[in-house]
Design a protein around this ligand. Structure first.
Ligand code: XUL
Ligand code: CO
Length: 478
């Protein structure tokens, strides 16, 4: 990597770390990691101790190698990399500092001074590209405000974004790295405390529209394949001070304008709604997949939007991720997956890396039956635990998440190819393949004809549901 003005700043930062005798323990550890690894003036390598991650197979014990994800290997008719289309979430990996409502940041990456300066935004973007290359990935996701600092005015924020996008575009050159999706951060700034598109203040609706317009332009500029709408604060805390009908109408109008603008600028990415039931508001409008689909239908937006299903959001809504994916799939709107998980004993969005093989297998059953996700993919909307503070943890977490999903892919393909589970389901509905069932499904028989059938037949005895058999087959396949 050649060094620009920005990198000199990083070099001197690193040099300071190398020289400093009064460094705190954490800084010292970070300095050792960086300085002991051949850092040379004129070059910046953010992860000098980590080389490109390779596939070593299931017997490998190397934490910095793939055991299940073999990108070029063909599974169920497609290369693993084409089924999985992994993406790194910039906000967690390069902006996640480990802080929580009870404590200060715990992570001090060697390249990061913790500020929101433009210089630091450039540095983080360079680190992002090196990280992607070392993982062998070519997709990443971003919010406008996590890649570029918010300015004092909208013009200044837009100018900041332009500068970082220009750098990202330059770093993309000669690579196939592109954003899987972009989005606007409409929840952090105090102006959005009541919501953005559903704010009771029309000026804030306008400001949010301007921000989405710009974020969509940035996503297009970088060749992004999708654009996401997660309703950060689009919801309410109390119905006593909320005009529910008006807020929902505003949200419908906002999304309609977004779809129109997408066409106007000829952005050919897919627009995605990301359902979540709660947090930060007590009731988020895009509660779950079924709610979002009903909303899209009501406002005539079904042809313009698909869904981005996040597994941890699914469980917060009282569903499994599998359920949310299936609801989306059968309605033709499964667009993308935010791959993460919650903690079974915690009732909030912990955004952990998903490593449960039973769950990844179910996720992949849905994805295989959907014929894949492209132009969507799997975005690791997941963060290191507050207590995980080594640079290598950034890699280990992604490797583990990729391997878990790859293992799910292998299992799901095996289940579908082997055929026992699908045949248990088919058998359960076999009566609908009979003459009676077929004429019910085709709508030929009304209540009067069905009554005649019922009067003619003997008491119908239902067959066993075979749930334990299905579970036995499933768990024996993973
Ligand atoms: C929040 C969440 C967001 C969206 C993008 O729970 O999932 O990071 O994915 O705004
Ligand atoms: Co998400």
């Amino acid at each position: 990597m050649r060094m620009g003005r920005r990198s000199i700043c990083l070099a001197s930062f690193v040099a300071l770390l190398c020289l400093g005798s009064t460094l705190a323990t954490q800084e010292k550890r970070v300095a050792d990691q960086t300085c002991g690894s051949g850092f040379q003036e004129g070059e910046v390598e953010f992860f000098p101790n980590i080389s490109k991650i390779e596939y070593e197979g299931p017997s490998s014990k190397n934490p910095l190698a793939f055991k299940w994800y073999n990108p070029e290997e063909e599974i169920y008719g497609k290369k693993m990399k084409d089924w999985l289309r992994f993406s790194v979430a910039f906000w967690h990996t390069f902006r996640g500092d480990g802080s929580d409502p009870f404590g200060s940041p715990t992570k001090q990456w060697p390249w990061d001074d913790g500020t929101d300066s433009l210089e630091m935004a450039f540095t983080r973007m360079r680190a992002n590209f090196e990280f992607l290359k070392k993982l062998g990935l070519n997709r990443w996701c971003f919010h406008d405000r996590d890649i570029a600092p918010e300015g004092r005015t909208l013009e200044e924020s837009n100018a900041n974004l332009d500068k970082v996008v220009a750098l990202a575009k330059q770093l993309q050159e000669g690579t196939d790295i592109r954003p899987l999706w972009g989005t606007a951060q409409l929840f952090k700034h105090p102006r959005y405390m009541h919501g953005a598109a559903t704010s009771p203040d029309a000026r804030i609706y306008a400001y949010a529209a301007a921000q989405v317009k710009k974020a969509m332009e940035a996503t297009k500029e970088l060749g992004g394949e999708n654009y996401v709408f997660w309703g950060g604060r689009e919801g309410y805390q109390s119905l006593l001070n909320t005009d529910l009908e008006r807020e929902l109408n505003h949200l419908g109008q906002f999304l309609k304008s977004a779809a129109e603008y997408k066409k106007k600028i000829e952005f050919d990415g897919v627009l995605l709604i990301e359902p979540k039931p709660q947090e930060p508001t007590k009731h988020q409008y895009d509660w779950d997949a079924a709610t979002a689909i009903g909303f899209l239908q009501k406002y005539g937006l079904k042809d313009d939007f698909k869904l981005n299903i996040e597994c941890n959001h699914a469980t917060l809504a009282g569903h499994s991720c599998y359920h949310e994916l299936e609801v989306s799939r059968i309605n033709g709107v499964l667009g993308n997956i935010d791959a993460n998980t919650g903690d079974a004993q915690t009732g909030w969005d912990t955004d952990q890396f998903l490593m449960d093989i039973a769950e990844t297998t179910q996720v992949m059953l849905s994805v295989l039956q959907n014929g894949g996700l492209a132009p969507g993919g799997f975005n690791f909307d997941a963060k290191l635990r507050r207590e995980s503070t080594d640079v290598e943890d950034l890699f280990i977490s992604h490797i583990a998440g990729m391997d878990a999903m790859a293992r799910g892919l292998r299992n799901a393909a095996k289940i579908l190819e082997e055929g026992t589970l699908p045949s248990i389901v088919k058998e359960r509905y076999a009566s609908f393949d009979s003459a009676l069932g077929a004429s019910i499904e085709s709508g030929e028989l009304g209540f009067e004809e069905l009554e005649q059938e019922a009067l003619r037949m003997e008491e119908p005895l239902p067959a066993s549901g075979k749930q334990e058999l299905a579970e036995m087959v499933f768990y024996n396949s993973i």
